[in-house]
Design a protein around this ligand. Structure first.
Ligand code: SF4
Ligand code: SF4
Length: 496
């Protein structure tokens, strides 16, 4: 039946023959219904975004990539439409990750494993690969027959066609991933003409192989054994979270459609046959259930054919399930039990302590990120003082310190700033290869959208007596004399 189960002891054996469950291939059956349609819509949207986004152009002017979303490894930048993240602003990525994690916690506490069942890449690509498999090898029964049949030209042809189609999708997926790190049209041309670098071919091959193996072969085993999320997502769920449930109070005792005294479950196993992880939702909440809801569609279809009310398997809170169970217990299977059970249900409680906590955490992260973005400096100055030697004694007895100034100009136009030094009067400032303005101050010309580096010398004449260490501040002044950026350092000399 395509279900993963622990091996049962054989006759005469006293215990399990192995501590490990043997893997049994799952053959999910096709199903139609509102959940399936929603899953198709989500799949098309997500895959469309993934494959198309690298091809969207974004004019940033000369010297910058014209791709809307790209990680520019060579210049250490992340471009996301109008946003440009520099390496020293990596905290924005950290913030985005925290935002994603807390958002996922919040959604899970409200709607259970909606991420796993609808949007997780493993689910999306497995769904796509399964669709290909069905188109080429047929639905569940045909696939099972084909696998059990001896090798023939037809079987070999179908298998070859399926794997070829899977490989093409896997290659498109691997190729699209590379395009998030290199110009899409250029890298596509290079890959197709054999002119790409070894690194490009390595990662292209790696992501192609990963997609092919995980979506084509590992499938539900990734969710059951490899993914850590099912292990701790239970901490976000409570009795008010929406999960896929079997309304046992309505379905039990199971029996044939026309049998007397039976509930609504006719034990047709349609819900098991469509399940991508091969489990039986009637056994209760299980770690293997990814919350995809396909069993809801399968059972609704059976109920519709039998002329019974849909919803024997449904998205439901455990609180409502318990309330229905208690209310229905007083009645025998039939319309009265159904009405009593359904009437006991209450609207889902959205606002509860854990959702408040998630909402506050989300609001806090969004506020901090927004504030950081609005106060983001477009010009930053960093100063590195020479450490060896920490100072130089000149032949006339003066003391000199050397510094390296780095000016990061995040704007698209060149900047010109006068450099001044705030500190003890008498210190002399010299910048190598810099022009001077009318007041004799060195002028630093910064290149657009880049970092410019300068060698700066600060000298204390012999007559200037200073302590061993004095604070100094380098300032960049714009053409109106306002401080555009500043950075503190120290001037060191011998002990007086
Ligand atoms: S599909 Fe519905 S009726 Fe059929 S076995 Fe599953 S729960 Fe019972
Ligand atoms: S039990 Fe239902 S919801 Fe859970 S994985 Fe199987 S089909 Fe999806």
């Amino acid at each position: 039946m395509g279900v993963i189960q622990a091996e049962k002891p054989k006759a005469g054996e006293t215990g399990p023959s192995s501590l490990y469950a043997a893997h049994r291939k799952v053959y999910p059956k096709d199903v139609k219904g509102s959940v399936r349609r929603t899953k198709w819509a989500v799949l098309i949207l997500l895959l469309g975004l993934y494959y198309v986004v690298p091809w969207i152009r974004w004019d940033r002017g000369p010297g910058a990539p014209d791709q809307a979303v790209i990680v520019d490894m060579a210049h250490a930048r992340l471009y996301f439409g109008p946003f440009e993240i520099w390496p020293q602003e990596v905290y924005f990525l950290t913030g985005a990750l925290i935002l994603g994690a807390v958002g996922l916690f919040a959604v899970t506490s409200l709607y259970g494993r909606i991420w796993c069942g609808f949007t997780c890449p493993q689910t999306v690509w497995t769904d796509l690969f399964l669709w290909i498999e069905r188109k080429i090898e047929g639905d569940r029964n045909a696939r099972m027959r084909l696998d059990q049949a001896p090798m023939s030209a037809t079987k070999a042809g179908r298998k070859a066609a399926k794997h070829a189609a899977w490989l093409l999708i896997a290659m498109a997926t691997g190729g699209a991933w590379i395009m998030y790190f290199a110009d899409a049209p250029a890298v596509t041309r290079q890959i197709l003409t054999g002119q790409a670098s070894l690194e490009v071919y390595f990662f292209f091959g790696l992501f192609t192989a990963t997609t092919y193996l995980l979506a084509g072969f590992a499938r539900e085993q990734v969710c059951t054994y490899m993914c850590p999320w099912p292990r701790f997502q239970g901490a976000m769920l409570d009795e008010n979270s929406m999960v896929v449930t079997y309304r046992g109070w309505r379905g039990e005792p199971r029996g044939k459609a026309k049998a007397e005294g039976c509930g609504d479950c006719v034990d047709c196993a349609a819900c098991v046959h469509v399940c991508p992880t091969g489990i039986d939702i009637r056994d209760g909440q299980q770690l293997e259930c990814i919350g995809c809801g396909l069993c809801v569609d399968a059972c609704d279809d059976v109920m519709a054919k039998l002329g019974r009310e849909k919803g024997l398997i449904a998205f439901e809170t455990l609180k409502n399930l318990a309330a229905s169970e208690a209310a229905a217990a007083r009645f025998q299977p039939g319309p009265a039990r159904l009405s009593a059970g359904m009437a006991a249900r209450r609207p889902q409680r959205i606002l509860r302590p854990r959702t408040y906590v998630y909402a506050v955490a989300l609001a806090a992260v969004v506020t901090v990120m927004l504030g950081a973005w609005l106060m983001r400096d477009t010009l930053t100055l960093s100063v590195l003082r020479d450490r060896a030697p920490i100072y130089v004694t000149l032949s006339d007895g003066g003391i000199r310190n050397g510094y390296t100034l780095k000016v990061a100009n995040k704007l698209r136009e060149e900047g010109r700033f006068a450099l001044t030094l705030a500190g003890p009067a008498g210190l002399q400032l010299t910048v190598q290869d810099a022009e001077a303005d009318a007041q004799g101050r060195p002028v630093l010309a910064t290149r657009p959208d880049g970092i410019t580096q300068w060698r700066v010398l600060v000298t204390a004449p012999p007559a200037l007596r200073l302590p061993e260490s004095v604070p100094v501040t380098f300032r960049l002044l714009d053409d109106r004399g306002r401080t555009a950026a500043s950075h503190g350092s120290v001037f060191l000399g011998p002990r007086p």
